[in-house]
Write a protein that binds this ligand. Structure first.
Ligand code: NCD
Length: 312
């Protein structure tokens, strides 16, 4: 059996192109499984997975939990709001206590960049990063790339725009790494205040002009403005933001070509994208959600194969 080059999923940065292909191949198999009348396989019957969410989440948390259950793993869920973290317990203590209950794998979302990496160094478990602050969100980038591959077959030479709050986005960085590894060209489009200064060093181009960017690209990934991470005003008002960087039906029509629209969710309808665009046939937002389960099943399955626990 082919295996991943890593034993944790901490970020796309640590993966090789072969890892991406293996994950996509495995996800295609699981996508077929979850579309059967019996959606479950017994593969991970002997594995216990803890989902530790120290930050709010709807989609990612449900998607991981469903992926784990479709693989027949035992699942425990932890959310920081109702835990002893509020009583001053450290991250390592919290996780080691959970591991003492014989947990094999930890899925963690945490507000601090590097939290998943830190855990992988200090606790004896397989760690999957479900988003660490403004740093990486590897499973999101994998499902985004997979959804585009499903449309086009190959990303070589394709032009992908990532639009919006790049500065506070973990989706942006993981997407840049994954798309470039697969041979696509990436352009970032945002107000100057939301584009990190040194981002061009990653080999991407940048623009402050949405219409120009859309004329250039084959697909646009529209990011949400991460208000919860902003401690000061990065643009004058939401209305002005959506006038300059929001995607609406008129703008799409003006292009006279069909581009693919992605969004990681949650959508702020009327801010970065209008309902007309989000619900249009060009948007693959719900495909992304469906593919998210298959991608996460693939990752969990492939990492479990490295644990020396029998897999069915
Ligand atoms: C993203 C996240 O949490 O980083 N959402 C997600 O995982 N589905 C993007 C966002 O919150 O805007």
């Amino acid at each position: 059996m082919k295996t991943l080059s890593v034993s944790h999923l901490l970020g796309i940065k640590y993966l090789q192109l072969e890892d991406l292909h293996l994950i996509f191949e495995t996800a295609t198999h699981f996508k077929e499984v979850i579309n059967r009348p019996i959606k479950k396989v017994p593969s991970l019957r002997d594995i216990t997975i803890a989902n530790l969410f120290f930050e709010n989440s709807t989609r990612t948390k449900l998607s991981f939990e469903l992926a784990e259950k479709r693989l027949s793993a035992d699942v425990i869920n932890f959310s920081a709001a109702q835990s002893s973290v509020k009583k001053g317990e450290t991250l390592i203590d919290t996780v080691n206590n959970i591991l003492a209950m014989k947990v094999d794998m930890v899925v963690i979302r945490h507000p601090n960049p590097g939290a998943a990496h830190f855990l992988s160094k200090h606790v004896k478990s397989c760690i999957i990063n479900a988003g660490d602050g403004t740093h990486e969100h590897p499973t999101q980038a994998l499902l985004d790339a997979y959804s585009l591959l499903e449309k086009w077959g190959d990303l070589k030479g394709k032009r992908i725009a990532i639009v919006g709050d790049i500065l506070h986005s973990r989706v942006a960085l993981s997407n840049i790494y994954a798309l470039q590894m697969l041979g696509a060209e990436v352009r970032l489009c945002a107000p100057k205040s939301l584009l990190p200064k040194h981002i061009k060093e990653l080999g991407v181009s940048t623009s402050y002009d949405l219409e120009q960017t859309l004329r250039w690209c084959d697909a646009a990934n529209m990011l949400r403005v991460q208000n919860e991470r902003m401690d000061l005003g990065y643009f004058p008002s939401t209305r002005e933001y959506s006038q300059s960087f929001g995607l609406n039906g008129n703008l799409l029509k003006k292009l006279r070509k069909e581009i693919v629209i992605l969004h990681p969710g949650p959508i702020n309808r009327g801010v970065e994208i209008t309902s007309e665009v989000a619900d249009s046939s060009q948007a693959i937002i719900l495909d992304q959600v469906e593919n998210g389960v298959a991608i996460r099943m693939a990752i969990i399955y492939l990492l479990a194969a490295k644990l020396n626990i029998p897999i069915q």
